[in-house]
Design a protein around this ligand. Structure first.
Ligand code: 13P
Ligand code: SF4
Length: 304
């Protein structure tokens, strides 16, 4: 079956099943053809919380589908490929979180949404890269614990004057491996290009940025800019969407390794299969889901 046929079949099935497809910005770009909503983690979790659909197909990674299920427990949430995990979310488990809390007692815990439901269930509030600064501010605390992403945590601290952010040593391997040398070498080829950086990158890289933000924030900033050249310091999906939407501008991916392989496991065939066979339905233990919902709902109610 070619893409056109697949897209038609998927659209028909979505109608029959009252299903929506949520697609993260790092998905293979053709997935947008069948997506009802495409964007960053915050935007997609807001859509998952308010949709009237009976079925949510999450074209993203496991923690995203799990978050949607926690926000909408009465709905069927499907992840088209069960191997679509997140290496960052795997960096901390419940025991490691408890140890971190024991070592730093009586300090509120902010957990990046790139984490397991169990970790969320023992955190005070969740955040995404789009709202992390506002989430930390909302706590009015002198100190916060931030898990699992050390780089997002340290970026948040750099943007706030009076909060100490104690970070867990987790990271995303894709963003963590981007270096200042990568930026310097692209800058030497494109000296006028603006450097657009995701806050999961290391501190010395974000310090070289003209703009730091979530995937949706980067796309919005590019679209609103009068500049014509951009070095995109995050995953390749952002470049593909910008090339599609802004043909008059030039985009350079920071390096060819900036690809999240697990995000790319989902293809149109998988979306069709998930709708036809309910594979793979995401379930979350009720007790954990209830506790995790507190942290996620607190976040969803805060503006980015
Ligand atoms: P966003 O918050 O921009 O969606 O990023 C999520 C993510 O996994 C980045 O690696
Ligand atoms: Fe996880 Fe990194 Fe992939 Fe984002 S890019 S989903 S943080 S592994």
């Amino acid at each position: 079956m070619d893409n056109k046929e697949l897209i038609e079949k998927i659209k028909k099935l979505k109608k029959e099943k009252n299903a929506i497809v949520l697609a993260h910005t790092y998905q293979n770009v053709e997935i947008d053809e069948v997506a009802d909503f495409s964007g960053d983690s915050l935007y997609l979790s807001q859509q998952a919380a308010k949709t009237d659909a009976d079925v949510i197909v999450f074209a993203g990674v496991y923690f995203m589908a799990e978050t949607a299920k926690i926000l909408s427990p009465q709905k069927t949430v499907l992840l088209p490929n069960l191997n679509a995990g997140c290496a960052m979310a795997d960096k901390i488990n419940l025991l490691q979180l408890r140890k971190f809390k024991d070592e730093n007692p009586n300090i509120p815990v902010v957990c990046y949404v790139n984490s397991t439901a169990e970790v969320k269930s023992e955190s005070d509030i969740c955040c995404t890269s789009a709202n992390a600064i506002n989430v930390v501010k909302s706590l009015n605390a002198k100190e916060v614990l931030f898990v699992p992403d050390q780089h997002l945590g340290s970026y948040v601290e750099s943007q706030l004057n009076d909060v100490k952010v104690i970070t867990y040593p987790g990271f995303c391997p894709i963003h963590h491996s981007i270096t200042t040398d990568d930026v310097i070498s692209q800058k030497s080829l494109y000296p006028n290009a603006k450097v657009m950086v995701h806050p999961e990158c290391q501190k010395d890289v974000t310090q070289m940025a003209d703009f730091v933000g979530s995937t949706t924030a980067i796309i919005k900033a590019v679209k609103e800019s009068n500049d014509k050249e951009f070095i995109i310091v995050t995953e390749k999906g952002v470049v593909q969407r910008l090339e599609r939407d802004c043909p008059d501008k030039k985009f350079v991916l920071i390096n060819e390794k900036a690809i999240c392989e697990t995000m790319k496991l989902i293809h149109l065939e998988d979306i069709l299969n998930t709708l036809q066979n309910n594979e793979f339905e995401i379930k979350v233990d009720e007790g954990i889901a209830k506790k995790a919902a507190n942290a996620i709902e607190r976040m969803v109610n805060i503006n980015a």
